[in-house]
Design a protein around this ligand. Structure first.
Ligand code: FES
Length: 104
């Protein structure tokens, strides 16, 4: 699974994740060294794992009520904002392009 990540510095990086890995996008981003606090550990309770989707929004599951409630606490979040902890990796996400925030 290829995930393209645009950093806060405007750099574009590509992650290659083997198929069959049962992780969330938040866990993969953290493991890849991105500065994602994920204070709540992936429970959709902190919003520090927020990302914006640049391409591939249609390949994601619809946003849940809990996720939407957290995104609503972020003044600059928009229609393409998601919580990375609520995105499970699966082959259909191949080519997803996202933007990360914070010190990335
Ligand atoms: Fe807390 Fe995603 S890690 S909302």
């Amino acid at each position: 699974i290829r995930i393209i990540v645009e950093t806060g510095q405007g750099e574009t990086q590509q992650l290659e994740i083997p198929d069959g890995i049962n992780l969330s996008l938040m866990e993969v981003l953290k493991a890849s060294g991105y500065d994602i606090m994920a204070t709540c550990g992936g429970m959709a309770l902190c919003a520090t794992c927020r990302i914006d989707v640049i391409e591939g929004l249609e390949s994601l599951e619809p946003v849940s009520d809990a996720e939407l409630d957290m995104l609503d606490t972020l003044p600059d979040a928009g229609e393409t904002s998601r919580l990375a902890c609520q995105i499970r990796l699966k082959p259909s996400l191949d080519g997803l392009k996202i933007r990360v925030f914070g010190n990335n």
